[in-house]
Write a protein that binds this ligand. Structure first.
Ligand SMILES: [Zn+2]
Length: 116
């Protein structure tokens, strides 16, 4: 008796998501320390300000010129990573989601999200 063909297994479950993007932007300019986040505190490794600092925001705007959607995706991934790090650092005083949204994403919003 021949084996009946096995039905194709179709799963509706997604695999566990990978970690967010590596915080390697904005790229270093010149020989100075790059304005990238120092984890797990998420302060700027160049000036100690909460990341993204003013300089990082300027540099990110330049790096993602014409790609505001890419910038938002990058920042959203890092916001997720920051939430995880900051929560683990201090679970009794977890970061406020609205404050993290303002810090990571609100400043990057463009009125026109169409790529140029
Ligand atoms: Zn900085």
């Amino acid at each position: 008796m021949a084996d009946a063909p096995r039905p194709t297994v179709i799963t509706t479950r997604l695999s566990p998501p990978d970690r967010g993007p590596h915080p390697e932007r904005p790229s270093a300019t010149g020989s100075g320390v790059p304005h990238t986040p120092l984890r797990p505190m998420w302060c700027c490794r160049a000036d100690g300000q909460p990341w993204p600092c003013g300089e990082a925001r300027l540099l990110l705007r330049v790096e993602y010129d014409g790609n505001p959607i890419g910038l938002s995706i990058y920042l959203a991934g890092l916001m997720y990573e920051a939430m995880r790090d900051l929560y683990h650092l201090n679970p009794h005083d977890a970061p406020d989601p609205a404050a993290l949204f303002t810090r990571f994403l609100a400043w990057s919003r463009h009125t026109n999200l169409e790529p140029r």
